[in-house]
Design a protein around this ligand. Structure first.
Ligand code: GDP
Ligand code: ZN
Length: 458
């Protein structure tokens, strides 16, 4: 199949040591060779080899940059098309000039995700694997990257395919009965279908259970630090970000309106919300106002509530606790190096079963306890990542829920004594929904939408 030739910078923007420019398409090698000068003509070299030389200006033949060029011929490439990767110096200028030169000779700038889209369309990867590439790019911790990688390697696809063949087999049993009612094996078939459906339902449910943890890996635990002025919120924030080296920053172009920082607490990614509020204003609760803080609290998976050892509880504290009724809260009593004014019994009555940690940010005490508390709340330590598939993608979760519901309807139909050709429809729907996870029978505009989520160059 003829494809036009596309290009993009594959390395992150900015001043890196080297930058990699990727070119893909039927005529990628021929095109790039027009502006490459080196010992060999790229058209003649064997596949998967690296060549030293220069990129030159298409009109003046002036040297643009010293480069290493990797030639990879179809089909053993990421896109299954001919691919050329140009490694050049990382500054803005060489990259920009090489891209301009490539465009002069008729190579088009790729749309976001277009490389991965081609890999998908050419059958190199399935849709859930392609989506995993997005997750990999955005992964905030090693573990998040591992989850995405597992999916990329096809664990999820494999499981989905297994479930689909179960459904297919069940459908075959149903079809025999529908087509040959004279066999009169309806009783047996019904029992068989019920059993298969319960099994399939259970497997889908297991996958859905991983979604909650998947979300945590992917997005981090949305965490807010609250408390009255001067209790030590900023100090806590600083301690957390210093001890647990801040994680990869957001990808350019995906910045959100709230300022967030990621910290890695024993492998658990915390996404600290509204850190600007804590860093810049000394008075977050009052500053945010009740309405605003309510909003923050609704978004939060975890609230770190800081109190001071040297002050008694106030009406504000009680009101705040009331607002946090629905939240997962860790209560932190700070400044324990100073004499106590706080009535601990009163506090315990107020907070009920919520974990209570005492700290002194000044003397660097208690942070370990806090990290342990966070860890046991989210219990991610026990998750075996190498094993099994994980779901962490909203589209997949939705489809799995739909499939599970269809399977449930099959069971209900059979229990209600509905004719088998009626339940067959629901079974087919389940097959369809699962198929959409891996990109079988996905509408074209959905595919475009999914790939538009990518960064450029992937
Ligand atoms: P925030 O207003 O809640 O953000 O509180 P800060 O973190 O800015 O701290 C307010 C003041 O309390 C600063 O002067 C800190 O140095 C001090 N402070 C913070 N934690 C402790 C602590 O554990 N012990 C003592 N003695 N002082 C602390
Ligand atoms: Zn502060």
């Amino acid at each position: 199949m003829e494809t036009d030739t596309i290009t993009a910078v594959a390395t992150p923007p900015g001043e890196g040591g080297i930058a990699v420019i990727r070119v893909s398409g039927s005529d990628a090698v021929g095109k790039v060779s027009q502006i490459y000068k080196g010992k060999n003509n790229l058209r003649d070299v064997s596949s998967h080899t690296v060549h030293y030389g220069y990129m030159v200006h298409p009109e003046t033949s002036e040297r643009i940059d010293e480069v290493l060029v990797t030639v990879m011929r179809a089909p053993r490439t990421f896109t299954r098309e001919d691919v050329v990767e140009i490694s050049c110096h990382g500054g803005m200028v060489p990259v920009k000039e090489i891209l301009e030169a490539l465009q002069t000779i008729g190579i088009r700038m790729a749309e976001p995700g277009e490389f991965t889209k081609r890999a998908f369309l050419n059958g190199r990867i399935d849709l859930s694997q392609a989506e995993a590439v997005i997750d990999l790019i955005r992964a905030k911790t090693d573990r998040a990257a591992k989850v995405a990688l597992t999916q990329h390697e096809g664990k999820l696809s494999h499981l989905i395919q297994k479930l689909r063949s179960e459904i297919l087999e069940t459908l075959a049993h149903l079809a025999v009965n529908v087509d040959y009612p004279e066999y009169d094996a309806e009783e047996m078939t019904s029992q068989y279908v019920m059993e298969r459906c319960s099994y399939i339902e259970g497997e889908i449910e297991r996958l859905l259970q991983t979604a909650k943890q998947g979300k945590i890996y992917r997005e981090g635990i949305a965490t807010v630090i609250v408390g009255r002025p001067n209790v030590g919120k900023s100090s806590l924030m600083n301690a957390l970000t210093q001890e647990n080296k801040a994680i990869v920053t957001d990808i350019p172009g995906t910045t959100r309106d709230v300022i967030e920082e990621y910290v890695n607490v024993r492998g658990i990614p915390l996404r600290l919300l509204d850190t600007a509020g804590i860093r810049e204003t000394e008075d977050i609760v009052e500053k945010m106002g009740v309405e605003r803080s309510q909003q923050e609290l609704t978004r939060a998976d975890l609230v770190l509530w800081v109190l001071s050892h040297v002050e008694g509880l106030t009406e504000d504290d009680k009101r705040l606790m009331e607002q946090m009724k629905q939240n997962q809260v860790i209560v932190i009593v700070n400044k324990t190096d100073l004499p106590r004014e706080l009535d601990l019994d009163e506090l315990k009555r107020l907070i009920g079963e919520r974990p209570l940690i005492t700290t002194s940010m000044k003397e660097d005490r208690g942070l370990d306890d806090l990290e342990r508390a966070i860890e046991s709340l989210f219990q991610l330590g026990r998750v075996e990542l190498h094993e099994g598939a994980y779901v962490s993608n909203a589209r997949h979760i939705h489809l799995l829920k739909t499939a599970k519901q269809s399977v449930g309807e099959v069971k209900m139909g059979i229990e209600a004594g509905m004719p088998l050709d009626m339940v067959e429809i629901d079974m087919k729907n389940a097959w369809q929904s699962l198929g959409e996870v891996i990109g079988d029978a996905v509408a074209e505009d959905l595919i475009d939408q999914i790939f538009a989520n990518f960064c450029l160059g992937k």
